[in-house]
Ligand binder design. Structure first.
Ligand code: MEV
Length: 316
């Protein structure tokens, strides 16, 4: 049996995080410069069903049978085996690597899960279609997030820009011009589960107030979809800034995010906001092409620990 690889990219949310958990739409894109990889190798000479799991980044080197039921890596492997129910499971090692920063709003958990499902299903001779991969990954996302919207598993599985709304069929985006998105990491880790749960507490304390904020974010996302289709950069920038203000009202921003956002705007970005769960992790800025280098430099000078620029190409 050959060695089999599975791979999934990172993701970044352009508009609509948190409100998307409450049924509003959101826009997200894959980030192909970072990825999670799973490598499955047969364990020759070991008895059937013996599964060795290695993830050096998180110092994991163990047998699947020793991982707790709710461990997301163990759960992803078990869910894939349960989905395929092979008549015979050969012993194997699954080795996980990722260049996606953890707890930073870039979909690292979903990408690791998707890489596992892809590699393992291929290893067992039954590569699963995207819809099934995304569905299985969503179940595992619940262990990471509690109440995920499903946007992370969707973007990293389909690997294309999406206009996502919970419970609705996947919609792609029309893009008339290339846009340059500069992503900068505060270096502060914050699990999405925590911010999603904090927003839930806020919402439960005053549902009408927070539903109104979510609805306004939904309007921003709809307008952003239109602006992307028209290539209207100034309007997109304004929408990002307004989305950021509303995320501040949800109390998911942070001083370090705001310092980077201010630096990007000061260097010529047309708009900037936090991205993902917030209270740390990454921010994103939309830069006119001629300002990209300036924005990157300003972010570096303002303390970003990692900067990545991704170009969203026009659709034909
Ligand atoms: C996480 O990438 C985005 C959130 O909206 C949570 C979710 O959609 O599951 C914060």
């Amino acid at each position: 049996m050959p060695v089999i690889f599975g791979k999934a990219p990172g993701k970044i949310i352009l508009f609509g995080e948190h409100a998307v958990v409450y049924g509003q739409p959101a826009i997200a894109i894959p980030v192909l410069d970072v990825a999670a990889t799973a490598r499955v190798t047969p364990l020759l000479g070991a008895g059937p069903g013996r599964v060795h799991v290695q993830a050096h980044d998180i110092h994991l080197d163990t047998l699947l049978s020793d991982l707790p039921e709710d461990h997301p890596i163990g759960a992803a492997i078990r869910a894939t085996l349960a989905e395929i129910t092979p008549e015979y499971t050969p012993a194997f090692t699954i080795q996980l690597d990722s260049t996606i920063p953890i707890s930073a709003g870039m979909g690292s958990g979903a990408a690791v899960t998707v890489a596992i499902i892809r590699a393992l299903s291929a290893f067992l001779g039954r590569p699963l279609p995207d819809e099934q991969v995304s569905g299985l990954a969503y179940d595992i996302e619940k262990l990471h997030h509690g109440t995920p919207s499903g946007i992370d598993n969707t973007v990293v599985t389909y690997q294309k820009p999406v206009y996502f709304q919970r419970g609705e069929a996947l919609q792609t985006l029309t893009l008339s011009h290339p846009t340059h998105w500069v992503i900068a990491d505060t270096g502060e880790k914050m699990p999405t589960r925590e911010t999603v749960s904090a927003v839930r507490d806020l919402h439960d304390s005053a549902p009408e107030t927070y539903d109104a904020i979510f609805a306004e974010i939904g309007q921003i996302v709809r307008a952003a979809r239109q602006s992307l289709a028209q290539g209207d950069l100034p309007r997109l920038g304004g929408l990002m800034d307004r989305n950021q203000s509303l995320l501040e009202s949800l109390q998911v921003s942070s001083p370090s995010l705001e310092a980077l956002i201010a630096a990007a705007r000061g260097a010529g970005a047309v708009g900037a906001k936090l991205s993902g769960g917030g209270r740390g992790g990454n921010m994103i800025a939309l830069a006119p092409p001629e300002k990209v280098r300036q924005v990157e430099k300003a972010l570096k000078d303002a303390g970003a620990v990692r900067i990545l620029t991704t170009i969203l190409r026009e659709t034909t």
